[in-house]
Design a protein around this ligand. Structure first.
Ligand SMILES: NC(=O)c1ccc[n+]([C@@H]2O[C@H](COP(=O)([O-])OP(=O)(O)OC[C@H]3O[C@@H](n4cnc5c(N)ncnc54)[C@H](O)[C@@H]3O)[C@@H](O)[C@H]2O)c1
Length: 380
């Protein structure tokens, strides 16, 4: 077993949503050890949280700049090798840029930046750095999503003609209808979230899933948003028509006000020979539909799955694995890349996925604001 990779964590304190997912996922395959952190910009809370999780305080820093200076001052065989960025969106770009410029590997939350311009600058910095950059579109780590990608690549659906991705949540309902509350949430603040709330936070996952599973690129989109209140600058619901080719069309639907919905990400891919349906809240069931045969259900951990899918399961079939395991698979892929080991294409989302995601987000806003017009994505 190679030595564990020395992981630094930025954001993800005890008060955060995503921190625990990264902390647990990074430990699942025994590849990483968290050695340094700025979990929160409040230094006292930062140290208190580190103590709570029983982490030595000598490398718990007051802020990101101190983190970089102090870590760069350590001998290379002690220094953080890879850093996870789990902060609100507006900090992803400056943090990732500085980390790449200083030779760190980066595991970054989505959306990768707050603008396409920043994303492209990061892409250049990444090329120059030559280190590993992984973007945590978590859902690509599910074994049945990987199985879907592999079977589509093998031609099981034939030519694809229709795609449908939906990501419905309802959580903003408790906030959006109250003027004070809606002014206090960073996801509704363009300075912190970027130009979009709903498309930036969850629509981009649906977009990524379409490209990840089909291997096709979205070429153009047309969107229609709902902001619900005139003083709310951010979309909290939207429908996006997508064209992935002249005869490959479909829709991305995303909402944060879909009352009662929890984390309803679902994807359907229809081809001339069959169709796949998969949903995140029931991730261990992949449905293969046909016009002429009964529906088949694929499940993780069986020998009939691809090697790539099987690499993402740890227990014999029938032991449910979930979101922690999906994120762990992304960490596992990133660890292979960092160690220069062989890994599958698609084992972790990349810089290119981040650039394309930012292009999608900006295009949906431009389309809506331009009067619901078709907008082309760049050919990256
Ligand atoms: N991959 C996914 O499925 C998924 C799910 C949820 C959130 N996210 C992404 O994760 C990121 C964080 O989201 P969240 O819901 O956990 O947010 P959150 O508001 O719950 O937590 C943000 C954390 O960052 C810390 N923080 C803020 N400023 C900081 C700074 N300057 N230095 C260090 N720490 C700082 C806060 O103290 C807090 O602990 C967002 O970019 C979001 O889009 C991704």
């Amino acid at each position: 077993m190679p030595k564990k990779l020395r992981l630094g964590v930025l954001g993800g304190s005890g008060d955060s949503l995503i921190g625990i997912l990264h902390r647990v996922a990074s430990q699942i395959n025994d590849n990483y050890e968290i050695v340094a952190a700025v979990f929160t910009p409040d230094f006292e809370r930062n140290k208190a949280f580190a103590s709570e999780i029983d982490m030595p305080l000598d490398r718990v820093y007051s802020d990101f700049d101190t983190f970089v200076v102090e870590e760069m001052g350590l001998p290379e065989n002690e220094r953080v090798q890879v850093c996870a960025i789990l902060t609100p969106n507006y900090l992803h770009y400056p943090m990732a840029l500085k980390l790449l410029e200083n030779g760190f590997h980066v595991i970054c939350e989505k959306p990768m930046t707050t603008t396409l311009q920043e994303a492209k600058e990061l892409q250049t910095a990444h090329k120059n750095a030559g280190t590993v950059f992984a973007l945590t579109h978590t859902y690509t780590g599910y074994p049945m999503v990987r199985q879907m990608r592999e079977m589509i690549k093998a031609g099981v659906l034939g030519k694809i003609h229709k795609v449908d991705a939906v990501y419905y949540q309802g959580w903003i309902n408790t906030i959006i209808h109250d003027k004070e509350k809606r002014a206090s949430v960073w996801r509704l603040d363009p300075e912190k979230a970027g130009v979009s709330s709903c498309m930036g936070d969850i629509g981009v996952h649906a977009f990524n899933m379409l490209e990840y599973t089909t291997g096709l690129k979205v070429k153009s989109i047309l969107s229609d948003f709902n902001y619900l209140y005139n003083d709310n600058p951010m979309d909290i619901d939207g429908t996006v028509l997508v064209r992935m080719g002249d005869h490959v069309k479909g829709v991305i639907r995303a909402s944060q006000v879909a009352t009662g919905e929890e984390n309803g990400l679902a994807i359907s891919i229809y081809g001339e020979k069959g169709a796949f349906k998969w949903q995140q809240e029931d991730p261990n069931f992949l449905y293969l539909l046909s016009d002429t045969e009964p529906t088949k259900i694929y499940k993780p951990g069986h020998a009939y799955n691809s090697a790539f899918s099987l690499d993402g399961t740890k227990l014999p079939a029938g032991h449910p694995e979930g979101i922690f395991d999906a994120m762990a698979n992304i960490y596992k892929g990133a660890a292979k890349a960092i160690r220069n080991q062989e890994y599958n294409d698609g084992e972790f989302p990349t810089m290119l996925d981040g650039v394309r995601g930012m292009d999608f987000i900006e295009a949906t806003v431009a389309s809506h604001k331009g009067g619901n017009v078709w907008v082309d994505l760049e050919n990256q």
